[in-house]
Design a protein around this ligand. Structure first.
Ligand SMILES: Nc1ncnc2c1ncn2[C@@H]1O[C@H](COP(=O)(O)OP(=O)(O)OP(=O)(O)O)[C@@H](O)[C@H]1O
Ligand SMILES: [Mg+2]
Length: 415
């Protein structure tokens, strides 16, 4: 038996996918750490939970450490400490260090969480990345612009969801950023990067003790930044039917080198048994650059999409990998995709949603799940909008067409 402690933090739908998946493995003893009370664990799952510890702040490493110690006393030593959220990765690693749990240490977790350090480590290992710097002052920012020129990207050092990510194209915009107070300071340094004009892809890689055992990839349409910059654009993710498209095949070597660099000396340990989510740029000249890497499952519905494309439950596959160091490489049989519905207009609430019935008729069988936004919902700040749909089709073109139909027909308005 392997004892896994999973950090929830709330028992929401997506998190419960992970809890159920860990619970589905007979060889796993499962403990949970959450902000929600034990009573929020759905009834059918409760008999599978060996231990539960409630914390008020799941991102607080000290609270998590107390929780891990309490679970160790109550249930037994923890073999694996896991959590799916990006913001959990560093505190979780600090807990491993403090309690002595096998897996990624804080030193290596920082390679993934700190964008500046990530780029430095990658560059030092010859992995192609955009020119970048950590700016702690407006002077640093100006110096970077002198060296690299415009346009540039200014973003948080430990960003998420492309929040506070700015594309600066002109000197006027640079001055505006500085005058708005959003410029870098010693208290709030910013990651500054040369702006890369490229298509954005992802590469999901399963490694066991640092060895690549399986890969899958998606393409973003358009880029998250373009979605945020352009109010009428909706965002889609496409997982193509062909596992060996030339652009993905060409990226494999870069992917492998990047993971080796970031896992570093912990690659051959439990830290190197992971599903990583790498975002990368493909430029028109065919060259590729690594943008960022998460040592965690991907968001943007990519987990369900990987399940759909490979006829598997990827949550079960991931939890088996993390808990039991086990992974069966999956064969791709389908193309899959996700469309995200964002509204148009001013206002902070959804006031109307149209086109849902038409779309059901038109997209038909290849629609897997549709979560249409509903009037009254608060406007989402995210490029993922207020609702989404997933599709699956025998061909890449078919999946792409279905996504286009979905985002064209379903119209959401704010008011
Ligand atoms: N150097 C760059 N050149 C061009 N675009 C960039 C660059 N850096 C970031 N972007 C754009 O901004 C988006 C968000 O940046 P990044 O992925 O680094 O941060 P994030 O906040 O962790 O994102 P997320 O959580 O959405 O993946 C990217 O998906 C891309 O569209
Ligand atoms: Mg990103």
């Amino acid at each position: 038996m392997r004892h896994v402690a999973f950090i929830a933090p709330r028992f929401l739908e997506n998190t419960l996918n992970y809890v159920r998946a860990f619970a589905s493995h007979d060889e796993v003893t499962l403990s949970l750490i959450s902000e929600d009370p034990e009573t929020s664990i759905p009834e059918p799952l409760r008999p599978r939970i060996a231990g539960h510890y409630r914390v008020s702040q799941c991102l607080d490493a000290a609270q998590l450490t107390a929780a891990a110690r309490a679970i160790t006393r109550g249930v037994g030593p923890i073999d694996r400490l896991a959590g799916a959220l990006e913001q959990l990765q560093l505190p979780m690693a600090e807990v491993r260090d403090a309690v002595g749990i096998e897996g990624m240490s804080a030193r290596v977790a920082r390679n993934f969480r700190d964008k500046d350090r990530m780029k430095d480590v990658l560059r030092a290992h010859g992995v192609p990345v955009a020119r970048s710097a950590l700016a702690s002052s407006v002077r640093d920012l100006r110096k970077f612009v002198e060296q690299v020129g415009l346009p540039i990207i200014v973003k948080p050092q430990a960003g998420l969801g492309a929040r506070n990510t700015h594309r600066i194209t002109t000197t006027a915009e640079l001055i505006e950023l500085v005058n708005s107070g959003a410029g870098p300071s010693p208290e709030a340094p910013a990651q500054v990067e040369e702006f890369v004009r490229a298509r954005e892809h992802t590469c999901e890689t399963v490694t066991i003790r640092g060895q690549v055992v399986w890969r899958s990839g998606t393409r973003y349409f358009p880029t998250p930044l373009e979605v945020l910059e352009t109010p009428w654009i909706k965002y889609c993710v496409l997982l193509p039917r062909e596992p060996d498209l030339p652009e993905f095949a060409a990226f494999s070597a870069v992917n492998e080198a990047a993971l080796a660099a970031l896992f570093g000396d912990e690659a051959p340990t439990a830290a190197g048994t992971a599903l990583t989510h790498m975002e990368w740029f493909l430029r028109e000249d065919g060259s590729s650059l690594v943008n960022e890497v998460g040592a965690r499952p991907p968001g943007a519905q990519i987990m369900p999409l990987m399940g759909l494309a490979h006829d598997t439950n990827f949550f079960v596959d991931w939890t088996g990998l993390i808990a039991l160091d086990r992974f069966t490489p999956r064969v791709r049989r389908w193309a899959a995709g996700a469309a995200f519905f964002r509204g148009q207009g001013q206002g902070d609430r959804v006031v109307s949603v149209t086109g849902v019935d038409e779309v059901l008729a038109e997209v038909g069988d290849c629609l897997v799940e549709l979560r249409a936004p509903k009037p009254g919902m608060a406007r989402s700040p995210s490029y993922e909008g207020e609702g989404w749909a997933t599709v699956r089709h025998p061909t890449t073109e078919g999946a792409k067409e279905a996504l286009l139909t979905l985002i064209q027909r379903i119209q959401v308005h704010y008011g």
